[in-house]
Design a protein around this ligand. Structure first.
Ligand SMILES: N[C@@H](CCC(=O)N[C@@H](CS)C(=O)NCC(=O)O)C(=O)O
Length: 226
């Protein structure tokens, strides 16, 4: 058994792969356990999983077998845990209070902004009708669309002058690991969102991060091909 167990999504969910990137970057061995959505055995709502790993019934969840099976969930909390415990250089999460604040603000921007708004947009575009038997309200779609484009514009402006093209500290941090999967998975919104050609700095950012070996290894191991 590897020293870490990472609970991932059996589909393309963008949150578990963030953690896989950090584990790969830090050279930490891990086993992936893919869970389905919905309810029942082998899903994120399986009582086996919610009672032992994540009571919130979502992935990722992480067990650190090297630390008495310490368990942590919520991707941002897991990223911080791994960086604080296993990155002695402080490179991934920041070395000073100010550096950490800089990383954390972009981490929070992703988990509280880009992720939820884009996630809801895709839900209403692709899954609402199947679940409720009625077309989604267009004003709901318009609201989420506008908010995602607003957030992308904020990121574009920031990246256009960001040092070395990273979102914080002029170097690779856990904030980049959090943001990239949400940019990549936005293909699920199809033409409802602008193509990245219209956001040149974000486009360059995606390409730069996708070229990193830890990113490629994480996708290969933790995300089934779409
Ligand atoms: N804020 C959470 C979000 C976790 C989340 O929503 N994960 C998705 C997969 S990417 C999930 O488990 N969805 C299951 C469901 O909606 O039932 C995090 O960042 O870890």
């Amino acid at each position: 058994m590897a020293p870490f167990t990472l609970y991932t999504h059996a589909g393309p969910g963008p949150n578990p792969v963030k953690v896989a990137m950090a584990l790969e970057h830090l050279g930490l061995e891990y086993d992936c356990v893919p869970l389905g959505f919905g309810e029942g055995k082998g899903t994120v709502k399986d009582p086996e999983y919610t009672s032992k790993v994540n009571p919130n019934g979502r992935v990722p969840g992480l067990i650190d077998h090297k630390n008495n099976d310490f368990t942590v969930w919520e991707s941002a909390a897991i990223l911080r845990y791994l960086a604080e415990k296993y990155d002695a250089s402080g490179s991934l999460a920041g070395n000073t209070v100010e550096e950490r604040a800089d990383v954390n603000k972009w981490l929070a921007w992703q988990v509280s902004g880009l992720g939820p708004y884009q996630g809801q947009l895709v839900w209403f575009l692709a899954f609402h009708e199947g679940a409720h038997g009625e077309k989604p309200n267009q004003s709901v779609i318009a609201r989420y669309q506008a908010e995602v484009e607003r957030l992308r514009a904020v990121l574009e402006k920031h990246l256009a002058s960001a040092e070395n093209g990273f979102v914080a500290l002029g170097r690779l941090t856990i904030a980049d690991f959090a943001i990239l999967p949400w940019l990549k998975i936005s293909v699920l919104a199809g033409p409802a969102l602008k193509p990245f050609d219209e956001y040149p700095a974000i486009n360059a950012y995606i390409k730069k991060l996708e070229a990193l070996p830890e990113v490629q290894a994480a996708y290969k191991k933790a995300v089934p091909p779409m």
